[in-house]
Ligand binder design. Structure first.
Ligand SMILES: [Zn+2]
Length: 203
């Protein structure tokens, strides 16, 4: 079993408080490695930087004073952001858990105790709080599993491309590698199409 994040997100900005989330978003994209804090989907496959949202961990509808507080913000895909909306179990912004319900900040170590990723890419819950997040953030959506695998195929394809170049330069036979490379390209397109089909189903 794996952690959700390929690279753990870490908020590094400690400077002056911005008065707009346009500036915060640039910093967040960097700190979150261009991935959604909750599901780890890479923005490249989900419409890009412009489509991704600045998510308020403690919702701004309830805690207006935290609207631009960097430590309360996350880079998020629209699916997780819209699913979470203004849900919050506590009466104060520090009360993120109440009994067996609530949200855990993805930048914290604790996040990995509640949610994991299976080897096939599916997000799974380990605790009751994990189940709450899984349900409320719709982490069961097939797109998270598909995007994880899409990225894996892309990396393998790149590795293969490098190997082909090495063989080519050394005047060695690379026909088998090229065949596998083409197969991976077909697989990549098939997964990519699945994402569009999924978007049509949910729109
Ligand atoms: Zn997400």
């Amino acid at each position: 079993m794996l952690n959700i994040h390929q690279i753990k997100p870490k908020r590094t900005y400690t400077g002056e408080k911005w008065k707009s989330n346009t500036s915060n978003k640039k910093r967040l994209a960097k700190d979150f490695n261009n991935r959604c804090g909750y599901c780890d989907d890479l923005d490249t496959y989900g419409g890009g930087y412009n489509v991704y949202h600045v998510e308020h961990f403690a919702p701004r509808e309830k805690f207006k004073e935290l609207q631009y507080t960097y430590d309360n913000l996350l880079y998020s895909c629209p699916y997780c952001n819209i699913s979470k909306s203004n849900k919050w179990v506590g009466a104060t912004s520090n009360e993120n858990i109440l009994g067996e319900e609530g949200f855990i900040d993805p930048c914290g170590k604790e996040y990995d105790d509640h949610l994991k990723r299976a080897v096939n890419g599916r997000i799974i819950y380990k605790t009751s709080i994990g189940f709450y997040m899984y349900k409320e953030l719709k982490l069961y959506l097939k797109r998270h599993e598909i995007l994880y695998n899409l990225e894996k195929i892309r990396l393998k394809r790149n590795q293969l491309k490098e190997k082909i170049e090495i063989k080519k330069n050394a005047c060695l036979d690379y026909s088998i590698l090229e065949y596998t490379y083409k197969e991976l390209c077909v697989l990549f397109c098939e997964y990519f199409d699945l994402i569009f089909e999924e978007d049509v189903v949910h729109s």
